[in-house]
Design a protein around this ligand. Sequence first.
Ligand SMILES: [Zn+2]
Length: 313
Amino acid sequence: MATEDAHTRRQLLKGALAGAAGLAMGSRLRTLAAAAQSTSAAAGIVRLNDDLFVITVPGEANVVAHTGAGGVLLVDGCSAGASDALMKAVASLPGGGPVHTIFNTHWHPEQTGSNDELGQAGKTIVAHENTRLWLTTDVTWPWNGKRFKRLPKIAQPNKTFYTTGKLDSGIQYGHIPDAAHTDGDLYVYFPRQNVLAVGDVISGQGWPVVDYTTGGWIGGIVGGLQRVQALANEETRIVPGRGPVLGMKDVKAQAEMYGTIYDRLSTLLNRGRGPGEAVAAQPTKEFDARMGNSEEFVRRAFESLWAYLSPDA
Ligand SMILES: [Zn+2]
C-alpha cells in the first residue's frame, strides 16, 4: 500500500510538472517555480498518460481530456464561464486538436457549460438519457431555492444511452445506477490507460452535494463507491469530479466511511428524528477533522433518506 501511495504521488507530481510547464511555457525546461507562478490563474493539467490528461480550471470541476488523431474527447466541460479557459487548455495539450466528443457525467452546470458551444459546432454530446431529460427542464433545489434553467436544444446531449456503450476507440462508458449524485451518473473507462472517470459519483475534495432533487441519495453514494470498486482494479486511476486522482485504496476508505454514516442516519430516521436532530447527533464526528464541516452534507443526506426510505414519502 505504501508503495502504491508513493507511486501515485510520484505520477501526480510528474504529471503536474509536465502539464504546467507544457501549458504555460511550451517547454519542460523551465523551473518549477516559474511554471507554478505563471499557471496560478490558468488551468492545471495532470498528465495521466501520453494521450490522457486531467484539466482543472481554478474553482471548476475536473475535466478528463483524451487526445487522438481525430481530435480530443472530453469527460465534462466546466461551467459556461470557464468554457473558454478550458478550450485554451485543451488546445495547449500535446497532440491536442478540436474537440469531437464530450461526455456529461451528469446534468449539473459545472459539467455541462461547454455543451452550447460544442453542440453548435455539431460535436457529439454523450450522456445518460436521464441527464438529457434533466437538461430539458428547469430544476429548483428546495433547500436553497437555487434555480437551474434548461439548456437550449442545441446544447442538450445528442447521443444518449441507458446501460453501457463503447466507442470505436475502445473507450467504454456506462450508467452508475445507484444514484450516488444524480439518477443519470455515468463513468467513462479508458482501458489502455486503466483510467476511470466517475464525475461526482465520488468526491475527492470535501463532503459531496447530495442532490436528492434529481435522484441522488446517501445510500447511492455507498452503492456508487461499491460499484466503482467492481469497475476498477488495484492499479486503476480514478478521476473524481473534484480533487486529486484517487486509487482503489481511497475508494475503499470512502465506502467504509459513507457506509458508517449511512447506517447512523438510517437509525436516526427509524427513530423518527429530523434533519436538525441528525446534525446534532454528529454522525460524522470522527471524520470532520479531515473532511471539514459536515452540517450541510448531513442535512441533505438525511433529507435524501426521506425520499428513498420514508414510508410516507
Ligand atoms: Zn454535480
